[in-house]
Ligand binder design. Structure first.
Ligand code: NDP
Length: 251
């Protein structure tokens, strides 16, 4: 039996990197998937590619939406419910960085990161919890970062957004515990994607020195953890932060 048979999942930022890995993994496990992103060419291409790997009866659809925009998210979610009928799993994965030391950090870069990484989960969660409460089931997984646990120079905006996601997750988990809705975080360490491609060799070497397993992770490593939390294997797990980082952070 596949772990997500007949389920419908939303993966924000599912058009590339970690999100695309999560979408592919969910499809393999029987789910239909709605992927969100802002770039329509990339999004449609990703949906086409993912659809080609999906068995008959499973659907993959791309929605062009800025997750930081409450109105766009509300109308997109309405569309998703019309198209798919129900949503069993929400993965809040879309995220950006705008790195700079605080002294040089502009208000625009502060607001953009907080809006897209943090306010976005308010936008999406508010739209799915009512139907999930009605269905008396649901899984919400928020992709935070090890940076939200330990901080990082040059990333006050990003770290604040990612720590904020953790507080949000634990609070919502407490609100939803009695409704059979589980809310958890996955905190990736350094994973090979476009986001980390932007780092130079010196930065990568410094990062590798902090990782006991001495390698970067792959999107599949994160997808496996998200799959666990989305699946019935984690029906009694809520309010947790599952760190997947080659041992970088050991609390
Ligand atoms: P990428 O930069 O490779 O991909 C980001 C994804 O988010 C894209 O699909 C992008 O789509 C989407 N996205 C960005 N802005 C918006 C927006 N406003 N509305 C909707 N979608 C948006 O990132 P990664 O795959 O590396 O990271 C995914 C998540 O994992 C992020 O939250 C990141 O913070 C987190 N993370 C990543 C780590 C890493 O090492 N890579 C480490 C720790 C955490 P489009 O381009 O179409 O907008």
């Amino acid at each position: 039996m596949k772990l997500l048979a007949d389920q419908v999942a939303i993966v924000t930022g599912g058009t590339r990197g970690i999100g695309k890995g999560i979408a592919a993994c969910f499809i393999e496990q029987g789910a239909s998937v709605a992927i969100f992103g802002t770039n329509p060419e990339r999004g449609n291409e990703a949906a086409k590619e993912l659809q080609a790997s999906a068995p008959e009866g499973q659907k993959v659809t791309f929605y062009q939406v800025d997750v930081g925009d409450a109105k766009q998210v509300a109308s997109t979610l309405e569309q998703v419910y019309n198209d798919f009928g129900h949503v069993d799993v929400l993965v809040n994965n879309a995220g950006i960085t705008r790195d700079s030391l605080l002294m040089r950090l502009t208000e625009e870069d502060w607001e953009q990161v907080i809006n897209i990484n943090l306010k976005s989960i308010y936008n999406t969660c508010r739209g799915v919890i009512r139907p999930m409460i009605k269905a008396r089931r649901g899984k919400i997984i928020n992709i935070t970062s090890v940076v939200g646990l330990m901080g990082n120079a040059g990333q006050t905006n990003y770290a604040a957004s990612k720590s904020g996601m953790i507080g949000f997750t634990k609070s919502l988990a407490k609100e939803m515990g009695g409704r059979n809705i589980c809310v958890n975080c996955v905190a990736p360490g350094f994973i090979e994607t476009d986001m980390t491609d932007a780092l130079n060799e010196k930065q990568k070497e410094a990062i590798l020195n902090q990782i006991p397993m001495q390698k970067l992770g792959k999107p599949q490593d994160i997808a496996n953890a998200v799959l666990f939390l989305a699946s019935p294997l984690a029906d009694y797990v809520t309010g947790q932060v599952l760190t997947v980082d080659g041992g970088m952070v050991m609390a």
